[in-house]
Unconditional design. Sequence first.
Length: 340
Amino acid sequence: MLFTSKPSIVLGTLGLLASLATCQNHSGQGETATADSLATSKPASVDPAATKRLLAARRDSLRADSIARKTGQLPGAILPGHRIVAFYGNIRSKGMGILGRVPKDSMMRQFDRVLKEWQDADPSLPVMPCFHSVTITAQAAAGADKKYRLMNSASTIEETRAWAKEKNALLFLDVQVGLSDLEHELPKLTEYLKDPTIHLGIDPEFAMITKKVRPGKKIGTYDAKDINYAIDFLARIVTENHLPPKMLMVHRFTKGMVTNYKDIKLDPRVQVIMDMDGWGNPTLKKDSYKAYITKEPVQYAGFKLFYEYDPKQKPHHMMTPAEVLDTANLKPTPLYVQYQ
């Protein structure tokens, strides 16, 4: 059995970010109304005909079957024509992953070495650099609304985006909902996701609403309906903003983290990556991949490597690119590889 994928219940660095009430996206969504503003505001007039037209347009924007494909993919699709190699973490935290563990310059040099290792290991597939940033983070403290999650400040997100652009890299914004849910958390990221280089990750480990405990007490879960909500959310952004397909990465390292996988409804505007996310010795990681990725396929496959935890028990080691690419180890071959 693999242990938890990452120690990201944050008591320190991220806990010092702005309060939940002010940690909204830079578009201003989710701001808390004051008593004065409620007292002086006037109710907006409602045009029933306009409302009906708007609702019809939004339903139309989710009609995937009318979208023209090119060679089986929508124009601009990244997969399966590339392999994404990502560094994971948060630039404000040393404990969440390589992205913030070492100084930026050292991390960037290490990233270059890793990218070269992957390109050398498989010259047939272009490597796409990527930063995967935990943006809404599960917390040990409940917060004002008792939802046990905290969103990064706009300045942190923008600085992370600048790091990615410096490397001509993709950026995934990762979401750990705590006792909230995707319906309340994903809209906070809408403005960022209008950037064609920014994609989405969701982490069932910290989705606790069905467990009714705070994050870290149990391993959480998403059902197909939750993943379908995220797919529809991204598909609408793609259509309404005339974007190339988005990617949705779903973390997984136990059977219960994703339920009813056969009911996940794919959409050509969203490429779904199921990422085998657990840490441990190579044999354990390969067995978990076969159990939760090979035997329960969705669309594309991912694999996670841990600098600190994979080699923790001697003589075990962190798997090399050659080992990950060996189809005797992992089948299908991962097109998304993440380093924590």
